[in-house]
Design a protein around this ligand. Structure first.
Ligand code: GAL
Length: 871
């Protein structure tokens, strides 16, 4: 998303909120009721609408009084405005819209959804969404095999090996989550009411009767299915209605048909289900062949009335369970739709887990699935950790014949789409690693010159998040901005929204405009599981006196879809709980992406409590998106402030030193006045009202407090003023001296402004220069021109203080090491050589980099300046 469209989005959001607050009163705030209708061909629906003489829907409506509600006065089929449906047909084609006839296996048929939706729609004043996930010809023993059951088949479909979750179980859950994630698309008049997964209906055909083993395991499989679906949808009491298979009605005497139906009916009485699973004996709904459109036997002879009756029975039983639950005070959770009405992919810093810090190259399908399971069972997913990102070394060492990336077949035998499907079935999002060089950092195939083909593969596999690394990218001979523009375009071409996480060792994407291409960018090199490394990485985003001295941290470049990323979390990998905690607090206050990097399968309770600390996460995820900034930094004591969206502010006080100490935070440091409530966010406890200041007492090495100070609802606490553009980039016509602009230090010591490196007046061949930069080898300084300057001019020479017989070299380069283009090279020059005047074209360049090299030598870029408008 470019800046312009970001601004537009902001305006749209504001307009939306204004409109919303006016119309608020008339909009029902009741959550959307979501019902899942799942199973096989019989749930898909083969009830004929017109075909056949008798028993089709037209015939049924004409001959039976109780179905008149399906037609309008003029005889056309009714469309329900309050009931929306998402369904796939027999050919897996998605159909979505307002409920009417034609949502069966074919456009010419109906399934149970029609009457189910009518009854449910009449009952609730809420908007309703039906999600129909059905695949014909499948069994519970294999295809839908629930994760906690043991599949006994040797079936060849992925991933249906013994003990494996059935492929269609995974598809079912991932489809449900896909639809819920874009709820506003499927409920077009959705107004942000949130939703509630209100019930689950199941109706299937005869596949589990065909095979003896499958038949024997059926009852247990169905119990597992109900439990697993409830767990995977985080709905422990979700009402379930099982409509029995029906077969040939009461005529069916086949022992396996009977055992299948008996098993279905028995499940309702399973004690663990507490009476909120119902089973319906559907045999009464059987209509004989003479009165039906077809002689098919299975598929209810394609009789529309049978499907209406199945739908009606599921609905009525569902409502009874819901009523019973309501009287027992059991309610389903109301959930917000993430990022509703926001065009931002990451309105708040992304949260998730990445494989690198925990496993490096050692990843495989089993591990990743286990991690996905733990992300759900530990509560991490529900706390906001939604991206599960596979880092380097998932791919095979060779592309396939078509030039596409393929999975390492030993680690991921079922391919990368199966991994993504599994991740999606857990309500998580799928992230993957690639590199913009020709190799990844682990020397596997990188994406250079395969940009579109790789982004297409990712889109095909259902990827939601791409971490794009930079190893070997220096060989691309492209500027970072050129490289990322290519990926940005390639991602847009796939039509799949995918977050682009720029991983470039902290090469300055915040400065070169990474936000035009990606949603987050690294500000640091790699993080290691040591507190020193954690502090260093935090500084690259929170305030680094060397790299970008003029900025008090990079907070002014952060916001929705623009996050500074000091690298992934090492929480759980550090030496002590205090270190883990301070790490998490720093990332929280810095609005840094929270990508856990520990082995979640074996984390201790302490570590889990840190990663799940609700009030600490809330600071990180505050919708205002204001990155915290440092207000005090002296004698190893640091104080950070992060103004929040509710009128309060988050404050981190930290002792990085060895000795115990008190730390005082004064209200004038954090934009507050008067008496204010102070809350400890780790303890989740109010500490009391304080006047003018608060003292954290006796804080030892690496100890800190994370506080929330202020009163909810008071005027928003203002952040600091951003550094004006004219201080760090070219804005005015005519001459801009580089010594008047802030720089980004890429290498070496900081330059002296308007003096030699040793603090003397710059003098070249007798002439004194008031302006210029004094540097010591080897130094690299980057200046942001923003495409606004036409020429760069300077007079260069080695400084008088340079030792005798030394040589130095001045180069002007474009952007940074990834661009690597030299646009001026003085060659080696010796001390005392005559001065060199540089006057070069820099039109359109975003950056220039002044490079001075040599052995312990001093140099001067006298009068270094850029000129706008060719003056
Ligand atoms: C590094 C990157 C790490 C990890 C690694 C994989 O360059 O910064 O986060 O992705 O490559 O090889």
């Amino acid at each position: 998303m470019n800046n312009q469209s970001k601004v537009k989005n902001q305006i749209r959001l504001i307009v939306f909120f204004i409109l919303f607050s006016f119309t608020n009163k008339t909009i029902s705030q009741e959550p959307v009721k979501v019902f899942i209708l799942a199973g096989q061909s019989n749930m898909q629906g083969h009830g004929e609408i017109e075909k056949g003489e008798k028993g089709n829907l037209k015939w049924v409506v004409k001959n039976k009084d109780s179905y008149k509600h399906l037609v309008n006065d003029d005889g056309t089929w009714k469309k329900r405005n309050d009931v929306n449906i998402y369904a796939t047909d027999k050919f897996n084609v998605v159909k979505t819209g307002k409920l009417t006839v034609g949502y069966g296996a074919f456009p010419t048929t109906i399934g149970p959804e029609l009457e189910f939706g009518n009854i449910i729609g009449d009952h609730f004043k809420n908007k309703v969404l039906l999600i129909k996930t059905t695949w014909g010809g499948k069994s519970l023993a294999v295809d839908f095999c629930p994760p906690s059951a043991v599949s006994t088949s040797g079936y060849h479909e992925i991933p249906a090996k013994a003990k494996d979750t059935g492929y269609y179980y995974v598809q079912m859950l991932s489809t449900i989550y896909k639809v819920l994630d874009s709820l506003h698309k499927h409920v077009p008049d959705y107004k942000g009411e949130g939703y509630e997964i209100a019930g689950f209906g199941w109706h299937q055909g005869w596949n589990d009767r065909v095979n003896k083993k499958a038949n024997a395991a059926y009852q247990s499989n169905l119990i597992h299915l109900i439990k697993d679906v409830r767990r995977d949808l985080s709905s422990p009491n979700l009402p379930f209605v099982i409509a029995s298979t029906g077969m040939k009605g009461w005529n069916d005497k086949d022992p396996r048909a009977l055992s299948l139906m008996n098993a279905q009916l028995a499940v309702a009485n399973h004690t663990e289900f507490n009476g909120n699973v119902a089973a319906i004996d559907t045999r009464d709904f059987w209509r004989d062949i003479e009165n039906s459109p077809s002689k098919q036997v299975y598929h209810w002879n394609r009789n529309a009335e049978s499907y209406l009756l199945v739908g009606r029975a599921i609905a009525k039983n569902m409502l009874s369970i819901i009523e019973l639950n309501t009287s027992k005070n059991i309610h389903q959770k109301i959930r917000p739709v993430p990022a509703y009405n926001s065009d931002y992919l990451t309105p708040t810093p992304p949260m998730g887990w990445n494989s690198w810090n925990a496993f490096e190259k050692d990843i495989d399908e089993k591990k990743i699935k286990e991690i996905a399971d733990v992300m759900v069972s530990s509560g991490m997913r529900d706390a906001g950790y939604k991206y599960l990102v596979l880092d380097d070394a998932w791919m095979a060492s060779e592309r396939n014949k078509k030039g596409e990336l393929v999975a390492d077949s030993i680690k991921f035998p079922n391919g990368m789409k199966a991994v993504g499907d599994y991740i999606h079935s857990k309500g998580l999002k799928y992230g993957i690693y690639q590199c913009r060089g020709y190799l990844t950092c682990q020397k596997l195939p990188g994406s250079f010159e395969h940009e579109q083909i790789d982004m297409n593969s990712f889109a095909k596999w259902g990827v939601d998040y791409i971490k794009l690394d930079a190893c070997y990218a220096a060989k691309n001979n492209r500027l970072s901005s050129e490289d990322f523009a290519i990926y940005h375009e390639a991602i847009l071409n796939t039509n799949r929204p995918m977050v682009l996480s720029i991983s470039d060792f902290g090469n300055g994407a915040w400065a070169w405009g990474g936000k035009n291409y990606g949603e987050l960018w690294r500000t640091s090199g790699d993080i290691y599981p040591r507190i020193g490394s954690v502090y260093h990485c935090a500084e690259t985003s929170g305030g680094n006196g060397t790299i970008h001295p003029a900025f008090n941290g990079l907070w002014q470049f952060a916001g929705p879809d623009s996050w500074n990323d000091p690298d992934m979390l090492q929480v759980g990998n550090l030496n002590t709980t205090d270190e883990d905690k301070v790490h998490f607090s720093l990332w929280s206050i810095l609005a840094a992406p929270l990508m856990a990097g520990n082995d979640l399968r074996s984390m201790s309770k302490d570590v889990k409590d840190i990663l799940l600390a609700p009030e600490v996460i809330a600071i990180n995820q505050d919708p205002r998106g204001h990155q915290g900034y440092r207000v005090f930094n002296k004698d190893s004591i640091e104080i950070y402030n992060k103004p929040l969206s509710d009128g309060t502010t988050a404050v981190l006080i930290l002792n990085k030193g060895q000795n115990k100490t008190d730390i005082i935070v004064k209200w004038n440091q954090i934009g507050l006045k008067g008496p204010q409530m102070v809350r400890d966010l780790w303890l989740q406890k109010d500490l009391g009202i304080y006047h003018g200041a608060f003292t954290g007492k006796n804080l030892g090495k690496h100890e800190h407090l994370l506080l929330k100070i202020g009163t909810k609802g008071q005027q928003l606490v203002e952040g600091p003023l951003p550094i004006p553009e004219e201080n760090y980039t070219v804005t005015k016509s005519g001459t801009t001296y580089l010594s008047d602009l802030y720089y980004m230090l890429k290498n070496g010591g900081a330059p002296k402004k308007d003096k030699t490196y040793n603090g003397k007046t710059i003098k070249i061949k007798g002439k004194k220069y008031k302006k210029g930069l004094g540097v010591k080898s080897n130094s690299q300084l980057m200046y942001k021109l923003d495409g606004k300057a036409n020429r760069f001019k300077a007079v260069v020479s080695l400084d008088k203080d340079a030792p005798k017989n030394t040589a130095g070299q001045f180069k002007v380069m474009v952007e940074d090491k990834f661009g690597g283009r030299v646009i001026y090279d003085s060659g080696k020059i010796k001390k005392g050589a005559s001065k060199i005047e540089i006057d070069i074209d820099v039109k359109g360049l975003d950056f220039i980099l002044l490079d001075f090299s040599g052995k312990k030598v001093f140099g001067n870029w006298a009068d270094a300046r850029v000129i706008k408008n060719n003056e």
